[in-house]
Design a protein around this ligand. Structure first.
Ligand code: FAQ
Length: 330
């Protein structure tokens, strides 16, 4: 039930000559960097790909509240509690505007939630890991939000107008989130030995799952070729992962923390860091539902859905009553 297995579309990207006139005109708009808006013509595959990606992104923001929500009552000071509360509320807001962006493509929010609960729609692998200590809240902000921004900055250039515009606000908020995480790490590394160890332990546990957030290597990424041709996804998984490593290593050095990768080293010729092999078996295993927290996360979403049933029923009853009164008056 909780499986999130990888499915291949297996379809090669069509050349302009293979397209029918409508599709070709659409592709030419994409190639000219003209944004696609909800009422414009779009190929069915473009619509479906966007619904898949945007809804999965929205689910990630919502599920992503759980590991941090876990620490709101245990934040070490009132100030940290207020900041964390605001951050978690921002993630809820991100989920909501992303669901709205997907709704412009004809998917209802209920359908998207049902897909998630049936194990047919994914959410980011990263949220299947536990937040064991306060340092994990620092590591999530620094690394997970850092990775999310790296991915989302380029999505501001996505060809679909409502998604690209949602990204502008989300990126501004995520950059505050990243800084609050880094600030927690700064405090910990300047603290006692036990606090420094806690910071290192959090980095050790969140580093590799953060690199996996960018998705499978380009050669195994089933959607990349088509999504990049449609400019849904302007930059590839591997390139974003590399940019994240290059940006984050100096930040770890500044903190005096050790990235848990013995193969990490600066490559003078490339002007970038080389880094060790990612355990893709772990990634695929998490996608299959076998991560440390998959069942807990889905149980929390299922409970929220079930607990909200009376409210959804009430809203529908109210809408029906209003509609019938309006019709009686006409
Ligand atoms: N986890 O062919 P590709 C955040 C799936 S927001 C789970 O490369 P694509 C904010 C993929 O869906 C984090 N599944 O796919 C926050 C596909 O399966 P499908 C979320 C993954 O779509 C911070 C299959 O593997 N951000 O963190 C993952 O072209 C802190 C093949 O992969 C977004 O969603 C994964 N990591 O590229 C909140 C950004 N990676 O659908 C709270 C938007 C891949 O066929 C606290 N999304 N898969 O069943 C994207 O940019 C893309 O969808 C990628 C994947 C890059 C994630």
């Amino acid at each position: 039930m909780y499986a999130q297995e990888v499915k291949s579309t297996g379809k090669p990207v069509k050349s302009l000559d293979e397209m029918d006139p409508e599709e070709r005109a659409f592709q030419e708009r994409i190639d000219a960097d003209i944004k696609i808006e909800p009422k414009d013509f779009m190929p069915e595959g473009y619509r479906k790909t966007l619904i898949r990606q945007i809804s999965q992104h929205a689910h990630s923001e919502i599920v992503g509240q759980l590991p941090e929500g876990n620490w709101i009552t245990r934040a070490p000071t009132l100030e940290r509690k207020a900041i964390l509360l605001a951050k978690v509320q921002d993630e809820a807001g991100h989920g909501l505007y992303l669901y709205c962006a997907a709704e412009t493509l004809g998917a209802s929010r209920d359908e998207m939630t049902e897909q998630l609960l049936a194990g047919k729609a994914k959410y980011s692998s990263i949220f299947n890991y536990p937040s064991l200590t306060w340092a994990d809240i620092g590591a999530i902000g620094w690394l997970v939000d850092g990775a999310a921004i790296m991915n989302q900055v380029q999505l501001q250039r996505c060809s679909y107008g409502p998604y690209s515009r949602a990204m502008v606000r989300i990126c501004k908020e995520e950059s505050f989130h990243q800084r609050q995480g880094y600030d927690i790490m700064m405090k910990l590394v300047k603290g006692t030995d036990a606090q420094q160890e806690m910071a290192q332990d959090a980095l050790d546990r969140w580093w590799w799952p953060s690199l996996m957030m960018f998705g499978p290597p380009d050669a195994q990424s089933v959607h990349s070729a088509q999504s990049m041709a449609w400019k849904i996804k302007p930059v590839s998984n591997d390139e974003l992962r590399q940019r994240f490593v290059d940006q984050t290593v100096p930040q770890a050095e500044y903190l005096g923390l050790q990235i848990p990768d013995p193969d990490l080293k600066w490559n003078e010729a490339r002007g970038r860091y080389d880094f060790g092999k990612i355990d893709w078996n772990e990634f695929y295993d998490v996608l299959k539902g076998n991560g440390p927290c998959n069942k807990e996360r889905m149980a929390a979403r299922q409970k929220a859905w079930d607990d909200g049933a009376w409210f959804r029923d009430g809203l529908m009853a109210h809408a029906r009553k209003k509609q019938s009164r309006k019709m009686a008056a006409e």
